[in-house]
Write a protein that binds this ligand. Structure first.
Ligand SMILES: [Zn+2]
Length: 98
């Protein structure tokens, strides 16, 4: 668990909780997620953040769940695919995470 934002204040958590739960619901049925305008489809997982379940990509390429967008089709991120097979080391051959 690295690169997490600063600990937010309570009102910020309350506001973000609503947004994050909605985003998680939007991603619940997705096969994967794109980051921003990226073309790589990442595997989805769930992280706990400030006591809230938030969507995240399996390879930790992005820490901001609000940048994730639901994507149809198979996961193409080799790091996510590697993690799902239990392989933790870097995957050679992929230079872009987006
Ligand atoms: Zn990935």
């Amino acid at each position: 668990m690295t690169n997490h934002p600063e600990h937010p204040s309570a009102p910020e958590v309350e506001h973000l909780a609503v947004t994050l739960r909605r985003r998680r619901a939007e991603l619940a049925d997705a096969d994967g997620a794109r980051i921003g305008q990226g073309t790589v489809v990442h595997g989805l997982t769930t992280h706990m953040w400030a006591g809230i379940e938030v969507p995240a990509v399996a390879c930790h390429a992005a820490v901001d769940p609000l940048r994730l967008h639901a994507a149809a089709g198979p996961v193409t991120c080799r790091r996510c695919l590697g993690r799902s097979r239990g392989v933790r080391e870097q995957v050679p051959g992929q230079t872009s995470l987006l």
